[in-house]
Design a protein around this ligand. Structure first.
Ligand code: PLP
Length: 390
């Protein structure tokens, strides 16, 4: 069966008692024992809960992994995976990873718990030369945020395996609908299910999916020991979101591609970042490893004040985060990436002229019209851009 069908089936046939079509919500902290020492399979919700378990099975299935554990946030997922390593282990992480991941890695390094090197994973030679005897993990996130650079996960895992590194992939931006990192050699996948997997902007949650049963057991153990597992109601909401992942992702992508093409043709826009554009610097890698290009589009204004655009959209909400059915617009330099040191931000290309969009599932003509009227509020001193040749 295809993922579209499996996502529905796995969330529908879960109630052996009454055959409810909706997934039962076990909103309970604990469970009655059958007799002393003999539980029903569940005793306490931090350790296990049937609603959360259904979500875990669905996520493992969608990623093609052996098992999954659903945790309270994307950062919980990352915290739990990093807790796998002994003190002094060395982690190589992508230099443009999610800000929260970078902050956590630096915290753990400052406490002498881990050693960390941030490397441009687009440069295999740089990754190879960063590997040390104590290197234990390669932390991949692709595409990057907000410039959507895609790295070659197959080549990276091939290199990592030579040195016996655990390969972790943060697959939040693509979702399992567009990218399945296990097929490219990854060992563990983390998600902020807050984003596309839930898709309705009403939950913060996360997940860890493991390729092998052995790693899966390890992360179940760690999530229970650390207390990072998520509650039943949030699990139930994410399950409801996952049922429509396929239709949502197809629409997000179709809308994003059309918005990206509209922006390319706009005289006030100097650059557009979307991996689905043939002009994107990593389009070829994206095309070879993803089955779609996702719903995030970033662009630069050639001229004028970005604040005018950010403040004039009527459909796009000015908000951080991404992955919901509703379109969002934000300013990375002062919002999602404000906690980055200014010189690092500058070096990463996250300058004041950059705007990031999370494209929702509204009608694409309305989205384009909204951006068109917002861009019309910009009064360029001199429009320097030459006529587009397309
Ligand atoms: C949002 C996000 C996270 C963190 O997830 P939370 O649910 O906010 O804790 C981690 N990685 C990526 C790529 C994200 O976009």
């Amino acid at each position: 069966m295809r993922p579209e069908t499996r996502a529905i089936l796995a969330t529908t046939h879960t109630d052996g008692q009454y055959g409810s079509i909706g997934t039962p919500l076990y909103q309970t902290s604990n469970f009655r024992f059958r007799e002393p020492g003999k539980s029903t399979g569940y005793d306490y919700t931090r350790s296990g809960n049937p609603t959360r378990h259904t979500l875990e099975q669905v996520l493992a299935d969608l990623e093609g992994g052996a098992s999954a554990v659903a945790v309270s946030t994307g950062m919980s997922a990352i915290t739990t995976v990093l807790a796998h390593f002994n003190a002094g282990a060395h982690i190589i992480a992508t230099h443009d990873c999610y800000g929260g991941t970078a902050r956590l890695l630096r915290l753990l390094e400052s406490q002498s718990k881990l050693e960390v090197t941030f490397v441009d994973l687009g440069n295999l030679a740089a990754v190879r030369s960063a590997i040390k005897p104590n290197t234990a993990c390669l932390w991949i996130e692709t595409p990057s945020n907000p410039l959507l650079n895609v790295v070659d996960v197959a080549a990276l895992t091939k290199l990592a395996k030579v040195y016996d590194l655990l390969v972790a992939v943060d697959n939040t931006f693509m979702s399992p609908f567009f990218f399945r990192p296990f097929e490219f050699g990854a060992d563990v996948i983390v998600h902020s299910t807050t984003k596309w997997l839930n898709g309705h902007s009403d939950v913060v949650s996360g997940a860890i999916v493991s390729r092998t049963a052995e790693l899966g057991e390890r992360f179940h153990y760690l999530a229970n020991a650390l207390g990072t597992t998520t509650g039943s109601f949030d699990s139930w909401l994410v399950l409801r979101g996952v049922k429509t992942l396929a239709v949502r992702m197809k629409q997000h992508e179709a809308n994003a591609q059309a918005v990206a093409e509209f922006l390319v043709s706009h005289p006030l826009v100097s650059e557009v970042y979307y991996p689905g554009l043939a002009s994107h610097s990593t389009h070829a890698i994206a095309n070879s490893q993803f089955t779609g290009f996702g719903g995030v589009v970033s662009f630069r204004l050639a001229e004028g004040d970005v604040r005018g655009v950010l403040g004039s959209t009527k459909i796009f909400s000015l908000a951080e985060s991404l992955g919901g059915v509703e379109s969002l617009i934000e300013h990375p330099a002062t919002m999602s990436h404000a906690s980055m040191a200014p010189e690092l931000r500058e070096a990463a290309g996250i300058t004041d002229d950059l705007i990031r969009l999370s494209i929702g599932i509204e009608h694409v003509d309305d989205l384009i019209a909204d951006l068109e009227q917002a861009l019309a509020t910009v009064t360029p001193k001199t429009v320097v851009k030459e006529a587009q040749s397309c």
